[in-house]
Each structure stands twice: as C-alpha cells, then as structure tokens.
Design a protein around this ligand. Structure first.
Ligand code: FCX
Length: 442
C-alpha cells in the first residue's frame, strides 16, 4: 500500500514541469483586468492567485479537486469501508488524500494515513499542553488555539532544515512533514482548550478510531451519530479555493518561507473574524437572541417573528450571520449537505425547524433589503444547530472546529506552494492620488 509521501514524491517532477510549460506557453496572456472598484473593494473577482486543491463556482459552489460535495460522498472511503452514502460520511483522511494528491484513495491507503496521523499526534512538543493549561479560561478559544499552534512551532522540521541550510529543491519535503504534523497535532490542542474551558481539562483518546472519531472522544463525546456529524463537518470546512481569508492568509504568510505552523496560525487569526469563521458561533448567538426576545414577549418563534427580528438586526446596521458570500450567488452546497444530514438524523429537532424557517424567509428579506449580492445561506448558517443537537452547546468554541478542518485544505495547498516553488506573494498597492491621476489621464 502506497503512503501519501510516496504518491506525492512521484507526482512532483511532472507537476513542476507542467507549471513551467504553462508559464512558458502562456506567461504573457491576460487573465483579466482590475477596475478601481475591485482595487478598493477587497479584490473581488481579481484572478491573481494560483490554487491547486479546490475551485469555487459562484452558482455551483465548491469542488475539491474537481469533485462536488455529493460526489465526494459517493466516492471517498468512509469509516465503515468503501464509499457510498449507506456507509456514512467520508473520512476526513480521505479528503486530505484527495486534496493533496488529486487522487481518490483506497480504504487501505486511507487507513495508512490515519495510522500515520495518530503516530504523529504524539510528537506534540511537551510544553504545549501546560501552556494551554495556564491560559485564562475566559480567553476566546480561537485566541488560545493560535497560541497553542504557535507554541507547537518549536517542532517544525522545515524551520530547522532551513536553518541547517537545506537547498530550495528540498523545502517541500520538510514542509510535508510539518503539514502532516500540524494536522495530526491540532486535535489535541483543540480538545485541550475545550476540556479546559468548559470541563475538567482531561483529554482521552481512542486511536482505534479514525481522525474524526478520535477527535470526538478527545472532546468528550462518545456517540456514533456525533462521530458521523464530525466527519461531515470536518470534510466540508476544509477548503474553499484560495481567496478566502484563512486560506489566503496561510498562503501569504507561507510565501515568506514561514513554516507551516506559523503560516497556519496566520490563517487561524483570519478565521477568527466575524465576517469569516466566527460566523459559525454568531449564527447560534443570533438564533438565541430571537428565542430570548420571543420568550420575553410571550411570542412564538415563527416566520413572522423571525422576519421582524431580521429587520431589527438590519435596521441596527448589523449583518445577518450565516447569509451572504463574497463569491457564491446560490445556496452554499455546504449548507445543503448539512440540511440533508439534519433531515436524515434530526428532522424533528426544534432548533432545526427554526433554521429551516429562517431559510424560508431570509432570501426574500435580504433581497428586499437590497444590499447583499447573495441573499442565500452559507456554511455557517447550519453547522451550529447540528452540533447543538448532540449536546455540543458551547458555541463560542465552534470556530475552533472550523479551524481544525481548514488546516487540511490550506496546508495541502501550502505543500504545493513549496513543491512548485511559488514566490513571495507581493501585490502592488496604489495610493488614492495615483488612482485619481491615472484615471484622469485616460
Ligand atoms: N446581512 C446584512 N448585510 C449584508 C449581508 C448579510 N448577511 N451580507 C452582505 N451584506 C451587505 C454588506 O455588508 C455590504 O454592505 P455595505 O455596502 O453597506 O458595505 C453589502 O451587503 C454588499 O456586500 P456583498 O458584496 O454582498 O458581500 P461581501 O462580499 O462584501 O461580504 C460577507 C461577504 C460574507 C462578508 C457578507 O455576506 C457578510 O457579512 N455575511 C454575514 C457574515 C457571514 O456569514 N460570514 C461567513 C461567510 C463564509 F461562509 C465564511 O467565511 O465562513
């Protein structure tokens, strides 16, 4: 059975040659132009970043190495064995393999990767857990998460190899070590934070399980339904092409030859913003706000009261968390697959019914409001209600789960950034005076 290291090693020369050929043949062609609006407006739609692992279509949503989420549910190995919806959700390790190699792995290959990750988890430097234990319990879990990952950086193989004078051509081999180690070590960092902040600080493992199942035990959950949810959750949050803030930050920081620990800590800091991953927690907070207000007013939570509460939020000049997207213009397929999961496993859940009612009324309200270019729900709109159903109610922590997952996508790409020798990222900025002068001279 091939290891992921062997598969990648065999792919690198061809991929390097392909990129050189692409540059040679088409290097001077124009991919698009940049308007002043795009320059001021967060570079929406500007095609200026190479990304291997996934692609986002505004109408269709994400494809991981060309595969949609429903495709992945059909073709990727599951905990029970081969692919197929009757066997449950794909294993995160399956998707990690696909993102890194662009190949669909066999169950035996995935099992090998699972075992490798379990082994690597033990290499978390011994000072990390005591450091996490010393942090104030009221420090936000995402802040603790980046501290933990930064602290684990002492174990970076790439940082050491660079200091020891490794040649450029070998960087990616050390980066792959770090990528696998970071993905392997994040569950312990994440679970230690969860157990410290909300419980007794004790983290128990079960390495007879897969990555997600073991992570659930570390968090303190022993429920096969929750294991399946975690597999789905961890798969769908991995990657969303390169331009999203956490992936882009990782790619940018990594382009300075910061090692994967430091680069992904940069990504986590971006994920911690409320317009990005923190929306995971904000959605639950918003729903609880409706529930509380309606309870206080002796009203039901229904389409009418949700509509009123939505207008109150919009009139207060706040965003509706979980709705809108910088690229997507349809319901996010990551939302749809979570809805499918809910319909299958918890159709009568009260909170799910509220989320469904929000879905019925929100696109109409946001369209009438007339600002957002996409009135449909994104991934964050649904995840909280699923976690809540299994008793995972500490929603200030939810974004940490997103962070465990996003590592798999952002770091798969970081491996290829170094294998392909991509340069320091350094776009040109312009001053307002330049824009004015330039445009007036046209
Ligand atoms: N509620 C209210 N107003 C919204 C809105 C929402 N959900 N989404 C967009 N708008 C507003 C914007 O704030 C902007 O207003 P402005 O003109 O006064 O600045 C206007 O509509 C145009 O924005 P638009 O071009 O549609 O969206 P952007 O690309 O600027 O922003 C995000 C995209 C995702 C940041 C935006 O839709 C938003 O704030 N959504 C709520 C937060 C959220 O759910 N984030 C998670 C996104 C994602 F899935 C993830 O990263 O996890």
């Amino acid at each position: 059975v091939a290891t992921i290291q062997e598969v990648l090693k065999s792919q690198v020369p061809q991929k390097q040659a392909d990129l050189l050929a692409l540059k040679k043949e088409h290097g001077d062609k124009v991919l698009g132009e940049v308007t002043v609006d795009q320059c001021i407006g967060g570079a929406r739609g500007v095609k200026c970043m190479l990304w291997e692992t996934s692609n986002l279509d505004a109408e269709e949503g994400i494809r991981f190495r060309g595969h949609t989420i429903p495709d992945c549910q059909q073709i990727l190995p599951t905990f029970k064995g081969p692919a197929g919806p009757e066997n449950g959700e794909p294993l995160l390790e399956s998707l990690f393999w696909l993102l890194l190699t662009s190949e669909v792995p066999t169950k035996a290959e995935v099992d090998g990767l699972t075992a490798d990750l379990h082994k690597r988890a033990a290499s978390l430097p011994s000072h990390v857990v005591p450091l996490l234990n010393s942090l104030p319990k009221d420090m936000h879990p995402m802040t603790q998460f980046t501290i933990g990952l930064n602290a684990a950086q002492t174990g970076s193989a790439f940082a050491k190899a660079y200091q020891d004078g490794a040649p450029k051509t070998e960087y990616h081999e050390y980066v792959l070590e770090d990528v696998l180690n970071v993905v392997a070590q994040l569950p312990e960092i994440a679970a230690t934070i969860y157990r410290n902040v909300y419980f007794d600080g004790v983290v128990s493992k079960d390495t007879s399980l897969d990555y997600s199942g073991n992570f659930c035990r570390m968090l303190g959950y022993d429920d096969k339904g929750f294991d399946e949810l975690m597999r789905l959750y961890l798969c769908i949050h991995t990657d969303h092409e390169g331009g999203n803030a956490s992936a882009h930050a990782t790619h940018l920081v990594g382009s300075t030859l910061s090692d994967p620990y430091l680069a992904y800590a940069g990504g986590l800091n971006a994920l911690a913003g409320p317009l990005h991953g923190l929306a995971n927690q904000e959605v639950l907070g918003w729903i609880q706000g409706i529930q509380k207000q309606m309870a206080d007013e002796g009203k039901e939570v229904n389409a009418e009261t949700i509509t009123q509460f939505t207008w109150d939020t919009l009139n207060a000049k706040k965003v509706i968390p979980g709705y809108g997207h910088a690229v997507l213009r349809k319901t996010d397929p990551r939302y749809s697959c979570q809805r499918e999961f809910a319909l299958k496993h918890m159709p009568d859940d009260e909170l799910f019914k509220i989320v469904s009612t929000i879905y019925e009324v929100m696109p109409g309200i946001l369209t009438e409001h007339g600002k957002t270019k996409n009135p449909y729900p994104n991934v964050d709109s649904h995840s909280g209600v699923l976690l809540w159903h299994y008793g995972f109610t500490q929603f200030q922590y939810y974004t940490v789960l997103f962070g465990v997952s996003r590592a798999v996508g952002a770091l798969s790409q970081l491996y290829w950034d170094r294998a392909l020798g991509l340069p320091l990222e350094r776009p040109k900025s312009v001053t307002p005076e330049f824009i004015k002068k330039f445009c007036e001279s046209q």
